[in-house]
Ligand binder design. Sequence first.
Ligand code: FES
Ligand code: FES
Length: 224
Amino acid sequence: MDDHNSTGEPDAAIRLEVNRRTVIETGTTVLLLTALPRAVVAAASVNGNETPSSPVSVTLHINGRPHSLTLDPRTTLLDALREHVALTGSKKGCDHGQCGACTVLIEGRRINSCLTLAVMHDGQSVTTIEGLAQGGNLHPLQAAFVEHDGFQCGYCTSGQICSAIGMLAESQAGMPSYVTADLTKSAAELTDAEIRERMSGNICRCAAYPNIVEAIKQAAGMPT
Ligand code: FES
Ligand code: FES
């Protein structure tokens, strides 16, 4: 296949390497331009060159405690949590937004922490699996996962539980899913199909899905 255009130059589309850096620069550049301080945008490379970036100061309120960090502006939230705050409960599975193992809650909403930059959440609250139990008592979803055997190896579990917390809040707020049949209702009934669809971004290689659904139903106060 000829990868060159009529001028003999490599085609621009073909010159783009599809790798992690490309995703940051193409998919996230829009967010960078709209959500980041000007100094951060200037510090980050947006032209494909490997330029050094100046560290930036970020304060994250993680599990109720403020953490002031000095980070390379390209640090993902997942890497900030795991490598700078030593909270390793959030797992790195794919590092590409495809498995959900890194799911955490930002201001109560679920997000894949591998796909967002820590600097984009300066001043915001982050809840990880380590922040769910209160006073030695497991969060109801944690307890339900134990009771219903909702895990085997456990690698996906922190993401599953954080995602389920966010999912239940979305459902209670009336957000429909792809399988919601009646969009006129203020909140869709949480059927097994609804739960499976809403949790479809969280992969479990051990295939504990039936037990995960049961655990979520119990935590939601539904019959199991
Ligand atoms: Fe973030 Fe897989 S590690 S989605
Ligand atoms: Fe092993 Fe889900 S429990 S990947």
